[in-house]
Design a protein around this ligand. Sequence first.
Ligand code: PLP
Length: 481
Amino acid sequence: MKVKLSSGYEIPIENHKVRIVQRTDLVPVTRRLEAIAEAGYNTFLLRTKDLFLDMLTDSGTNAMSDNQLAAMMVSDDAYAGCASFYKLADAVKDVLRFDHTMPVHQGRAAEHLLAKVFVKPGDTVLMNYHFTTTKAHFELAGAKVLEIYTDEMMKTESTHPFKGNLDLQRFKDCIKKFGADKIPFVRMEATTNLVGGQPFSLKNLKEVKEIASANGIMLVFDGSLLSENAYFIKMREPGYSGKTIQEIIWELMQYVDLFYLSARKSTSVRGGMICTNRKEYYDRLLDWLPVYEGFSTYGGMSTKEIEAMAVGLREMTDVNVAGAGPEFIEYFVKRMVESGLPAVTPPGGLAAHLDAKRFVSHVPVSGYQAGALAAAIYIASGVRCMERGTISNDRAPDGSDVYADLELARLALPRRVYTMSHIEYVVDRLTWLYKNRQLIGGLRFVQEPKVLRFFFGRLEALDKWDIKLADAFKADFGPNY
Ligand SMILES: *Cc1c(COP(=O)(O)O)cnc(C)c1O
C-alpha cells in the first residue's frame, strides 16, 4: 500500500503489523573486516551472526502471514494422499487454473525434471533471461541456453516499463536458424531475477505464445515471481489498472503450457511445484518424480510447507501482498537515485540493484566489479547483498572468464521483513561508500568450483584494499559502527 502524506510526498506503508521479531546486531567494522576475509570475500559465505541486515536474497526469507503459520499446524503428515496436498491442488486450480500439480522440493528441482524429460543434447532452449540454476540444469542435459531479450534489458538507466520482454523478431529468427524440433520450449521468466527483477508485459507473453503455437513449441512459464510481474502489469501496462491481480494472473496463465515456480519467492515459503493442464506432460514428469523428489503428494516438501504454500498462493493475489516488495523497492531505488547512486532503473520486483560498472568504474572487469562492490558494502554497513555479475557466470570451456552483460550488486528486500528506517540506513552507508569508492579494489579467485562457482568460491582482495576502506570508515564513524 502507498499513502500520500499531507506534504504531497508519497511513501510505501505496511498494511500489516509485526508480531514476531528476530534480533539482529550491527557488529563493528573491525569485526566485519575479519568476517569478510573469513568468508573469502564471498557474501554467501558470511554467517548471519555477523550481519545487520541480510539483503542477500528474497528466497525463503520472506515473512509469512499468521494464516500461513496457522495452516502449518494442521498439516497432514502422510507419505501418500495427504490432505495438505489436495489443499495445494485446490489453490492451484483456483489461482492458476491448472488441473495437474506436482510438488517438488524447490524451483531447481522443477528445472531438473524439465531438463530430464524435455531437453535433449543438441537442443537450444530459448528464454527472455536465464536463472543460474535453470541454465545449469539445461546445459547439464546437453542443451544450449539462448537469451533473446530486447536491447532495452541491458540498459541500466531506463524508463522502459517491461525490460523483461522477449524479442519477438529474434524468436522467429531462432526458429528459422535452429528448427522448431531443436527447440524443446521457450521459457518466460516472470520478473526476471538476474537482470534487476524486470517484468514482461501481458502483450509480450501473448505474442510469444502466438509464435510458439504456430511452430509447435511449448511455452514454459517460470512463475517464481509471478505476483510481482502481475503487479507491474497492473501498474504499468495500458488497460490493466482496473484489473485485479487475480484477473491478471488468469489472463497470463491461459498462454502457458507448463508452469513451475520456486515457492521461496512470491508465496513466501520453501518449496516448489510444476503445474499444467496437459496430462501427457504431467505423466512424463511423474515417471521421474519419485526418483528425485518423492511421492506425488509431497514431492520432497514438508507437508507443513505445502499447507503454507496453499495459503501463500491465495494471499499473493491480494494487491497489497503482491505490491509489498515492489513498493518498498521503488522507494529504495528512488532514495538511491536522489542520493546520486548508480541504481538500476526502473525499480524491479525483488531487489534494488546498483550498477557496479558505474559504481567502481576504476576496477577492471577482470577484478570482478560486482563481487568487489558486494564485499565493500558489507564492510561499510554490515549489510549483506549479492554479486550478480561475472562471478555468477562459470568459466568457458577454455578456462577464460565469461564477462557478464551487467555487473550488479543486488540488495534484495525480503517481503515484509525490513522497514523504511532500514532502507534509510542502507542508503546512507552506500552514499558514504560511493564518496569513498576509489578505495575499493578488485578481487581474485583463490579457490574456485567448476559449477555455480559463486556459491562456494573464495577470493582475496587485491592490494589489501579492504583494510584501507575499513580505516577510512573508522576515521569517519568511529570504532563502534
Ligand atoms: C529462485 C528461482 C529459481 C530456483 O528456485 P530454488 O527454489 O532456489 O531452487 C528458479 N527461477 C527463478 C526465477 C527463481 O527466482
